[in-house]
Structures are given as C-alpha cells and as structure tokens.
Design a protein around this ligand. Structure first.
Ligand SMILES: O=C(O)CCC(=O)C(=O)O
Ligand SMILES: [Fe+2]
Length: 354
C-alpha cells in the first residue's frame, strides 16, 4: 500500500443529522484539503445532459441517437416518459423525507452496526471508516436490498412512516421496468441481442436502494456531501429531491452541476457495464456538494450482478484490434474494492484497468 500509515477499520462516524444540531463548524474529519476547496464550485454545462423520453425509444431513431450521444459524452442521461406520475414520485420523496425526520431511536432500529461496532453495507448509518485519515461525507443513509424479494431482510425495512414499505415496493417494480428498457438499449448499442443483459440478471442479482440524506452544512465550501466516485453497479437510477441541486459530474477534468429537472430520473452506467462493454461505455465520476441552508435527499437504485459472478469484458466485444482492457473480477470482490477505494479517495475502476 502506498500510504505510510496502515489502514484499519476505525471509529464509527456520528450521524450527521445529529452532529449538525450541536456544532458551529464541521469537525476536522469532514474538511477537505485546502487545495481542493476552490474547486468545489461546479461549472454550468454548455452542452447540457440530454433529456431522453423513454416512451419514444422503441419507435424513434432520433431518440436512440440522442441516447447514444448522451452515453458517449456523459455516461448518463435524464429520463422522462418513464411512466411514473409526478404524484407517485412525490409520495416516494415524502416517505424518504419522513423516514429521516423520525426520532434517532426509531431510525437506529435499522442500524448498519452489528454488535455495536461492525459496519455492514445494509442499514441506517454512514460509510465504513477504514482510516483515521479518511475524509468523512456530510451524509447519512439507509441502504436496503429491494430485489429479489427472497433476499429482502425484513428487519431492515422501515415500518415508519406507515406507507414506506408499500411505496418502496411499488417504486422497485416501476424502476425495474426502466432498468430493463435501458439494458435492452445498451445491448442494442453494442450490437448484442436485445435481452443479452436482461438475461444476465438472475435470482442472485441484487438491487440495492440507498436513501441519502444530506443535512444543511455550516461550511459548504469545506465539506463534501459525497466524495468523488463511480458506481460499482451495472446501472444506476437516481431520483433527486427537486428542491436542491448538489450533484456534480466530472468530464475532462472539469466538474459540472447536474441541473434539476423536476420528475426526471437520472440514469447512469456503472463500473460493471464499463467492464463488460470493454470500455465502450464509461461509468461517470460524480460527487455531491453540500448546501448552507437546505437539506437534500436522493434515492439511488443500484442494479448489481450476483455476488459470485465473475465480471469481465464480453468476448463478443474483444478482438485483435480491441484487446481486453479490464481484468476479470468477482462482483463481491469488486464491491469490496469500491468501499476501500472510496474511503481512500481513489477510483475502484482504476484497480482493474489493464
Ligand atoms: O445524491 C445524489 O445525487 C447522488 C448520490 C450518489 O451518487 C450515490 O449514492 O452513489
Ligand atoms: Fe453514485
């Protein structure tokens, strides 16, 4: 390891929502190095992220070429025509907001701590802290497996607010339709059979829902809501609070603010798709900045392959002219790499590039 100090699992970070009520300034462990601070302001996009109407994808060649260019330039797009009514999306955001408004003791029933000191992926809390030097994110989260139903951990599904479970179950089904449509279009763009990726998802493939809560932050120019990262998923669907911006996207070394488009969902390629497509699709680097006055919420659906499945560039996409660009790795090992690299502030995908 490049670091002089060994990395070890250390303290459990506090719940930021509680912390913000008792401090004037973010503690030093949240403060990013001085040289990175000026760069927190995002640039406005000159060529904005395309808005794709999903209901037109099957019948309109222009919409498909817009999708292709969105993926080539950004690795993501904003989806409209996804079939979810504004009223339903409003309910999804409301149960999310109401969950984080619950008293701490109620939320702690779903804690991500096991025996009070070990952190697991699922549950309510923060990320794993692997180093005293790790810069912490100004963000609390609730992480749960939503698919397949057989893998849901009932005790980690909130019972408050009362409609939480029903709303999340319905959202899961409706997002799956969007995910499948996106996967079909990705396959077509790679000249593969339409069902190629959809068929790869089996009973072992897990979909995680991550509810992110970013409290207002007394020093937004010193602290990140979420550090720069790419998603370890095959694909990701993000539903963002339309009240507060904060998501930024890196392109050619410049950070851009992702604009808010009410009722649109952000859909992006993840690292597994980058690997399987042998780099044809790129998993976008993104981060979240904080806001001095407002709290912010997002709900992220991560579509992943089974934990034991090996990920590698598809043989159909490799030949003499296009050699393999990524090493083979098991999903589980890749997710572990992601948590480790995220904590260190580096990118997991770089660890498997050849
Ligand atoms: O809050 C957001 O807008 C994005 C969050 C995100 O990138 C993630 O949870 O992986
Ligand atoms: Fe992300």
């Amino acid at each position: 390891m490049a670091d002089a100090e060994p990395w070890k699992t250390v303290t459990i970070p506090p719940i930021v929502q509680e912390l913000v009520t008792s401090v004037q300034e973010p503690p030093s462990r949240y403060v990013i190095p001085e040289q990175n601070r000026a760069a927190l302001a995002g640039s406005e996009m000159l060529d904005p992220i395309p808005i794709i109407d999903l209901s037109r994808l099957s019948s309109n060649a222009d919409e498909v070429s817009k999708l292709r260019s969105a993926l080539e330039n950004w690795g993501l797009f904003l989806a409209v025509g996804h079939g979810m009514e504004p009223g339903f999306l409003g309910e999804v955001m409301k149960v999310t907001r109401d969950f984080f408004k619950l008293p701490l003791e109620e939320k702690q029933k779903y804690s991500n701590l096991v025996n009070g000191n070990e952190v697991r992926i699922e549950g309510y809390g923060n990320d794993m802290v692997v180093s005293e030097k790790q810069i912490l994110d100004w963000c609390d989260r609730l992480y749960i497996i939503v698919e397949p139903e057989s893998r849901r951990i009932d005790s980690l599904w909130p019972t408050q607010p009362p409609s939480f479970r029903d709303v999340l179950s319905e959202y899961t089904v409706r997002c799956r339709n969007i995910a499948n449509l996106f996967l079909e279009n990705l396959a077509k763009l790679l000249n593969l059979r339409e069902d190629y990726f959809v068929d790869m998802f089996d009973e072992d493939s897990l979909t995680y829902a991550r509810f992110n809560y970013y409290p207002h932050c007394p020093k937004p120019d010193h602290v990140l809501g979420m550090k720069p990262h790419t998603d370890a998923s095959v694909i990701t669907i993000v539903f963002i609070d339309d009240n507060v911006s904060g998501l930024q996207l890196q392109n050619n070394g410049v950070w851009y603010d992702v604009p808010i488009v009410p009722n649109a969902l952000l859909v992006n390629v993840g690292d597994v798709m980058e690997i399987m497509s042998n780099g044809f699709f790129k998993s976008p680097v993104h981060r979240v900045v904080t806001n001095a006055e407002k709290e912010r919420l997002s709900l992220v659906m991560f579509y992943t392959m089974g934990p034991e499945r090996e990920i590698e560039p598809l043989s159909e996409l490799v030949d003499e002219k296009t050699p393999v660009r990524y090493r083979k790795i098991k999903t589980n090992d890749y997710i572990a790499t992601l948590f480790e690299t995220f904590a260190r502030g580096t990118l997991a995908i770089d660890a498997v590039k050849i």
